[in-house]
Design a protein around this ligand. Structure first.
Ligand SMILES: [Fe+2]
Length: 293
């Protein structure tokens, strides 16, 4: 079983006390981490699904590493439209945040994609990236797979946000539809919780650790929903349990699925700082910052 935390759209700034959307991104991230430590003391890994920083500044990436250091477990990061991938590669040292392509953990094949497009708020998966995804799914055909990317591949019924979604979702679906062991897709960018099914695959969006947008609006409308995060429990049989928790104590549990109405128990044994069964293949990808969300 893998206990995973998805943190998204942290939007850290170069200054620790910088303010964005009337909040301090670093402070809300620290509060989220405190909550995660209380709730999931043996979390095995965290995934940052893009927009790690607001402007891609080196100081902001260094601040991110310092802030997440107490996690004591691997943190895998992929770029969003606000990030600078070259800067990410340079500044994120793996202690604990690393830019990775994929990792195998406790029998799950977890794949990180780069959907960022230089200078654009919307996303795209290049042919190379899609081919890499296809190969990784083929090579590890005996494992349930979870795919992470920044941009949402499914519409969320917000006109402005859907205009800056992944622009080639059909290409993505063509690949994942070939591989029945794909169980879930997690994404950021939307600054709100999303939980949709597309056939047997679950599409899950995370709230921002900083600020949310109101759902189902034609234009961007800030929401007063508190900063939040998503937790996922990946079971050996391919089941995904998941839910969202916000700093004000509000929670959204998995809906219409088995084992939806309780937070999973922690594993009785295990070491949050290591996983002997994990393998990873880190590398840097091309993309750059943009604007919006
Ligand atoms: Fe964002």
């Amino acid at each position: 079983m893998v206990q995973l935390i998805q943190l998204s759209d942290t939007h850290l700034m170069a200054q620790e006390d910088g303010i964005l959307y009337d909040r301090e991104p670093c402070a809300t991230l620290e509060q989220i981490m405190e909550r995660v430590r209380e709730r999931f003391p043996r979390v095995r890994m965290a995934v940052l699904t893009g927009d790690l920083t607001q402007d891609g500044e080196p100081e902001a990436y260094r601040l991110l590493e310092r802030t997440l250091a107490p996690f004591r477990c691997p943190v895998y990061a992929l770029p969003g439209n606000h990030d600078d991938p070259d800067m990410m590669a340079k500044e994120l040292t793996g202690s604990p945040v690393r830019v990775a392509r994929s990792v195998i953990m406790s029998g799950w094949n977890i794949i990180f994609l780069n959907s960022a497009v230089p200078g654009e708020p919307g996303g795209h998966l290049t042919e190379d990236e899609l081919n890499r995804l296809d190969e990784l799914l083929k090579e590890r055909g005996d494992m349930p797979a979870l795919i992470a990317l920044h941009h949402h591949p499914v519409p969320i019924d917000s006109a402005w946000m859907d205009a800056i979604a992944l622009d080639n979702p059909e290409d993505f679906f063509t690949v994942i539809d070939r591989h029945l062991h794909v169980k879930g897709v997690i994404f950021g960018h939307v600054h709100q919780s999303v939980d949709q099914d597309r056939g047997p695959v679950r599409f899950l969006g995370a709230p921002s650790t900083l600020s949310q947008f109101q759902p189902r609006t034609d234009e961007p409308v800030p929401s007063d929903v508190a900063p939040g995060y998503r937790w996922l429990t990946l079971h050996p049989d391919g089941r995904i349990e998941t839910g969202v928790e916000y700093l004000d104590g509000e929670e959204e549990q998995s809906n219409q699925r088995e084992m939806k109405d309780k937070v999973p128990q922690q594993e009785p044994t295990g070491d949050a700082t290591s996983d002997e069964s994990s393998k990873e293949n880190d590398s840097v990808q091309n993309s750059t910052r943009g604007e919006s969300a």
